[in-house]
Design a protein around this ligand. Structure first.
Ligand code: GLU
Length: 466
């Protein structure tokens, strides 16, 4: 095997991309991409009844939104069924697995008796060491010959050494009597064939690892590095559920969280690098490792997510942000921007992006540049116009006619005007916000004036004055 790191994300396509799944995908992506390795995607669609193409599409879309690009084709586990069966037959041929003719009734009877006698109900097949000459002409399953003594130790990078007594493992079925492979076999064969070196997944799969190791060992395949990560809990410390709010990655996209903020937040959710909270993708790729994954479940904290998203919006490139915002509008089913709005928005972006935590907040702040005359004030802005502005805007407008349009001169002019009127600048700013934006939460008055330009500014001010 080469030294190249190969990780994979292996979702079951039975629903949207869960926030926990998104984090698993992200950890695998970071681990591989940060080491020049490969990140593969396998859809575990062997459960034909519960797997749907819509779910696969939703998972792919969620990953695309989060920027988690994978190498090569999307692999379907179901399509590998023949290969999985081949491995079961190989183990059979090598005497590491055996044909088991026990029927469902016999297995149930065995369990019932064991229960009655107070013994372990782990099924022990009478066919494990049977002479092939005694085989009936009947359907059979292929079972692995599990070790019955000693212990299996999972050397987990997060959980430490997890040791399981082998007498607690049964001779698990590899191939059912109808010829279909079991999930546990499919996972191992696929991970091996895909060259997966590191399996990073939820710790709900830790028990599976012991059984999967039996197959690796029977085949003489190298066992991957295991890293079972604790699940995500809600703020109340209970397993994350609908009760705690949105669960799907796409819901967060539709709520207008930027992908970079989401990635930062999900990376921090259960992994740490000193005290760093805010970091870029480049830093995450450089820093991410398995040592930094915590042993106890991380708690989902919306405030923290919003805070990080705000910081990412603030440092984003204007054009990129405008583009991402347009993708958001489409994803949320909102009206797309016109070409003019789009370029105006980008021009204004510099004064919009600090202190907006989500795209809806950014759009609210951008209202002054996305809207046109006549400016219709919202309720609060209307109050600001009625109470304070009487006369002020009327007087102000002509005084701005001859001012050259730069931040310095505008500041000087407005401060001088306020002084002459004997009011604080704040008293002036309220009605001006209302007149220019029809809102009370806006960028600074100067920024709005500069973005709108002289003509439009004066027009809006005199509209409001009249
Ligand atoms: N398909 C499994 C799941 O969605 C993941 C299996 C694995 O990562 O080995 O939980």
């Amino acid at each position: 095997m080469s030294d190249q790191v190969v990780t994979r994300f292996a979702p079951s396509p039975t629903g949207f991309l869960h926030i926990g799944g998104a984090r698993t995908a992200l950890f695998n992506w970071l681990y591989a991409r940060g080491r020049g390795g490969k990140f593969l995607l396998r859809i575990e669609d062997t459960d034909r009844e519960r797997s749907t193409p819509q779910a696969t599409a939703a998972i792919l879309q969620g990953m695309e939104w989060l920027g988690l690009d994978h190498d090569g084709d999307v692999i379907s586990q179901f399509e590998g069924a023949d290969r999985h069966a081949e491995v079961a037959n190989q183990l059979l041929a090598q005497g590491k697995a055996y044909k088991c003719f026990s029927t469902q009734e016999e297995i149930s009877a065995f369990r019932e008796q064991a229960r009655a006698e107070g013994k372990s109900t782990l099924f022990r097949s009478p066919w494990r060491d049977a002479d092939p000459s005694t085989y009936p002409d009947a359907p059979f399953a292929i079972r692995i010959k599990a070790p019955q003594e000693g212990r299996t130790v999972i050397q987990d990078q997060v959980q430490g050494d997890v040791s399981i007594r082998n007498d607690q493992l049964d001779d698990m079925i590899l191939l059912r009597s109808d010829g279909t492979p079991v999930y546990m076999l499919a996972v191992v064969v696929d991970d091996h064939d895909m060259g997966v070196t590191h399996v990073i997944r939820g710790d709900d799969h830790l028990n599976n690892a012991a059984r999967q190791m039996m197959i690796y060992e029977a085949m003489g395949w190298p066992v991957p590095v295991w890293a079972h990560i604790p699940l995500i809990h809600g703020p109340d410390g209970k397993k994350l559920s609908k009760r705690h709010g949105a669960l799907g990655a796409q819901e967060y996209q539709a709520m207008g969280y930027p992908a970079a903020g989401m990635r930062n937040y999900l990376t921090r959710l259960g992994w740490s690098h000193g005290d760093d909270e805010f970091f870029t993708d480049e830093q995450a790729l450089e820093w991410f490792d398995l040592d930094g994954i915590g042993k106890s479940p991380a708690r989902f904290d919306l405030k923290k997510l919003e805070n990080l998203c705000g910081q990412h919006i603030a440092v984003s490139d204007d054009a990129a942000l405008r583009q991402e915002l347009e993708v958001y509008l489409a994803a949320a089913g909102l009206t797309p921007l016109t070409q003019t709005q789009s370029s105006d928005l980008e021009r204004a972006m510099y004064c919009l992006k600090d202190r907006a935590r989500t795209f809806p907040e950014l759009i609210e702040k951008a209202h002054f540049v996305l809207t046109g005359r006549p400016i219709v004030p919202d309720e609060k802005a209307a109050k600001a116009l009625v109470n304070v502005s009487d006369g002020i805007l009327e007087e102000l407008t002509p005084q701005l006619q001859n001012v050259s349009w730069s931040r310095n001169t505008l500041e000087e002019a407005l401060n001088a005007f306020a002084e002459a009127k004997g009011v604080k600048f704040g008293k002036l700013a309220g009605p001006m916000r209302a007149a220019l934006a029809g809102r009370t939460v806006t960028p600074s008055v100067f920024d709005m004036m500069l973005v709108l330009g002289k003509e439009e500014t004066l027009a809006r001010l005199s509209d409001a004055a009249n």
